[in-house]
Design a protein around this ligand. Structure first.
Ligand SMILES: [Fe+2]
Length: 192
């Protein structure tokens, strides 16, 4: 089956208004809160608009697949990073889509290369690690590190890890959709 393609920003609004209210797989916050917290973490670090948008949308694949809260416990990998990146290609450049595509690989990379990282993963993130290929071996880690968007994906991964705080105040979705509007591919529909 061909993965869905998002062609307008208002489709993202609709996704967040629907599936975005679902809990973020095993965490104490919902998908929209997680997305906003990740985007805020990126913005607070002075990330580029493209990377802020990548942080906002890194898990949009979960919203598209409708991942259930107990899918990971049931051994289901929804491949959300690939589905999300492909779905967003019509709207955004590689500088948005590639960090999204690589953010799961970045977790596997950090587990292999940063002492103590794996111990800091949340239980849900640790549970999905094995389904996603487990810790990278040395060759995989070297290949990952050589990719053009590897450093951005690692930054995104770190924002992903901290974006799990119940009741944290963030700017609204509209604030980040304004930033997304500014980095749309030129040929895209710009319906806000
Ligand atoms: Fe995430």
């Amino acid at each position: 089956m061909k993965p869905p393609v998002i062609t307008r920003l208002d489709e993202l609004e609709t996704l967040f208004a629907g599936a975005g209210g679902q809990l973020y797989g095993g965490e104490a916050i919902n998908q929209l809160e997680h997305a906003l917290q990740a985007a805020l973490a990126a913005e607070s670090e002075g990330a580029t608009p493209e990377l802020i948008v990548a942080a906002l949308l890194h898990d949009v694949g979960h919203l598209i697949t409708g991942q259930g809260n107990d899918d990971v416990a049931s051994g289901i990998n929804d491949h959300h990073e690939a589905i999300g990146a492909v779905a967003l290609e019509a709207l955004f450049s590689e500088d948005v889509c590639q960090p999204i595509a690589l953010h799961v690989a970045a977790k596997r990379f950090l587990c292999a290369t940063e002492p103590g990282y794996i111990k800091r993963l949340s239980p849900a993130s640790l549970a999905s690690l094995n389904l996603q290929g487990g810790v990278m071996d040395a060759l995989e880690a070297a290949r990952f590190a050589a990719r053009r968007h590897a450093a951005d994906a690692v930054r995104l991964r770190r924002w992903d890890e901290v974006a799990k705080v119940p009741k944290l105040a963030t700017p609204p979705l509209a604030h980040y959709l304004d930033i997304a509007q500014r980095v749309l591919r030129p040929a895209s529909s710009v319906t806000p």
